[in-house]
Design a protein around this ligand. Structure first.
Ligand code: IMP
Ligand code: MG
Length: 179
C-alpha cells in the first residue's frame, strides 16, 4: 500500500493518478457537450485547483478562456464580522458563461460566497465544477454541476490539495491514515 508522511502524519493512497485522469477526461467531455459554441469562461480558485484546472483545460476542446481567482476572508469592522473578498478577477464576466473550478467542495461555505460575489457581476450563466465533492459534509442548496468524484468525510491531500502548505505536488490523492 502506497503511503506518504506529511508534517509527521501518515497518509495512504486514496485515488491513483489514472483514476484522477479518467474523471478529468469525463468532465471535459461533458463540458464540451454543454458549452459548444458558448465560449465558456473558466475561473479556477487558487491555490488548490491549479492542477485540476491545468489538466481539465488541456482536455476541453470547446473554445474557452480561463482566469484565476482567490477568495480571502478577513475581519472587517466589528459589526460586519468576517467579510469575503474576491481577489484577482480583472476580466469583465458580464454576459459570459462562467464555470468555477474548485479542487474540493466540503461544507459549501466557499461556494456560497463565490456565488454571491460572482452573480453580482452579472454573468450569463454560472456553474460550479469540482474534482472532489464531500456529499456528507455539503449543507447547501446550490447545485454542483460537474463533480469528478464523491469522497467521504476524510482529509485528503495531493493533486493540489494541501496539508498546511505541503503535498500539493503529489500526483495521486492520499487520505489521512489514523490507525
Ligand atoms: P468548504 O468551504 O467547506 O466547501 O471548503 C472548501 C475548502 O476547504 C477547499 O477549497 C479546501 O481548500 C479546503 N478543504 C476541504 N476539505 C479538504 C481536504 O480534505 N483536504 C484539503 N483541503 C480541504
Ligand atoms: Mg480550495
Amino acid at each position: 500500500m502506497k503511503t506518504t508522511v506529511v508534517h509527521g502524519r501518515r497518509f495512504r493512497l486514496a485515488v491513483p493518478e489514472e483514476q484522477i485522469k479518467a474523471s478529468v477526461l469525463r468532465l471535459a467531455r461533458k463540458i464540451d457537450q454543454d458549452y459548444a459554441a458558448k465560449n465558456p469562461f473558466f475561473l479556477a480558485v487558487l491555490n488548490g485547483s491549479f492542477l485540476f484546472a491545468a489538466d481539465l483545460l488541456r482536455e476541453v476542446r470547446t473554445e474557452c478562456e480561463i482566469s484565476f481567482i482567490r477568495v480571502s476572508s478577513y475581519h472587517g469592522t466589528e459589526t460586519t464580522g468576517v467579510v469575503s473578498e474576491l481577489m484577482g478577477l480583472k476580466e469583465d464576466i458580464e454576459g459570459r458563461h462562467v464555470i468555477v473550478l474548485e479542487d474540493i467542495i466540503d461544507t459549501g461555505n466557499t461556494l456560497v460566497k463565490l456565488q454571491e460575489l460572482l452573480l453580482a457581476k452579472k454573468p450569463a450563466s454560472l456553474r460550479f465544477g469540482t474534482l472532489l465533492f464531500k456529499p456528507l459534509a455539503y449543507k447547501k442548496d446550490i447545485p454542483v454541476d460537474y463533480i469528478g468524484m464523491e469522497v467521504g468525510n476524510e482529509f485528503l491531500i495531493g493533486y493540489g490539495l494541501d496539508y498546511d502548505g505541503k503535498a500539493r505536488n503529489l500526483k495521486d490523492i492520499y487520505v489521512l491514515d489514523e490507525e
